[in-house]
Design a protein. Structure first.
Length: 210
């Protein structure tokens, strides 16, 4: 049972078994060293992002989970370091091994509507642990998936997109760049007019830092 955003809101989230979504095509197996800025001790943690999407009539009969999963796989072809794993070298220097293993993806359903969350969709969300499940063994900085994504369908036809990112890999600008690429592919396929109606919760840093 999830926590509440409004005083009495409680709901159940049913999740399928987590899976790995790998790039849709083969990608280079190589090692990319992080910059001295990126591998600072203070950046070695996970950051959450959550977005709420209202029902779009043009989505009738279409599954946002399937579309987003496919868009993610296609986007990872170009952003393939996200599908790899962080390793630690001499002097604790961080290196991304581009293994192509993939990112964690969770499909879920919740017996709640977007309207029940109320008008002010702002962090912190007491139910975040239900909408962004912490898969055991996935939350480390080293040797773990660099992204965890959960897409939760809502009773009203809308959905919630939640993401957890290894902060050493990207700042806000870089994450927006990656998500824009996912969104462009997604829009080309099916989701023509769904737009976020909530706020993102991530820190300020990028994939490529100057």
């Amino acid at each position: 049972m999830a926590g509440s955003i409004t005083t009495s809101l409680a709901f159940t989230v049913r999740r399928r078994k987590p899976e790995l979504v790998a790039p849709a095509k083969p990608t280079p197996h190589e090692f990319k060293q992080l910059s001295d800025i990126d591998d600072q001790e203070g950046l070695r943690f996970q950051i959450p992002v959550i977005q709420f999407y209202k029902y779009d009539p043009s989505m009738h009969g279409k599954d946002p989970v399937k579309v987003i999963r496919e868009a993610l796989a296609q986007t990872l072809v170009f952003y393939y370091p996200f599908a790899g794993r962080l390793r630690e070298g001499p002097g604790r220097k961080l290196v991304v091994e581009c293994t192509g293993e993939g990112v964690v993806f969770i499909e879920a359903d919740a017996d709640v509507t977007l309207q029940q969350f109320g008008d002010a969709l702002q962090p912190p969300f007491p139910c975040l642990e239900e909408l962004l499940f912490d898969v055991p063994g996935s939350g480390g900085v080293l040797n773990c998936p660099l992204l965890l994504i959960q897409v939760t369908r809502l009773k009203c036809g809308g959905f919630i997109f939640a993401l957890r990112l290894n902060h050493t890999m990207s700042d806000a600008a870089g994450l927006v760049q990656f998500m824009t690429a996912v969104g462009r592919w997604r829009v080309e396929r099916v989701l023509h007019s769904s737009s976020p109606c909530g706020r993102d919760t991530f820190s300020t840093q990028g994939i490529h830092r100057a």
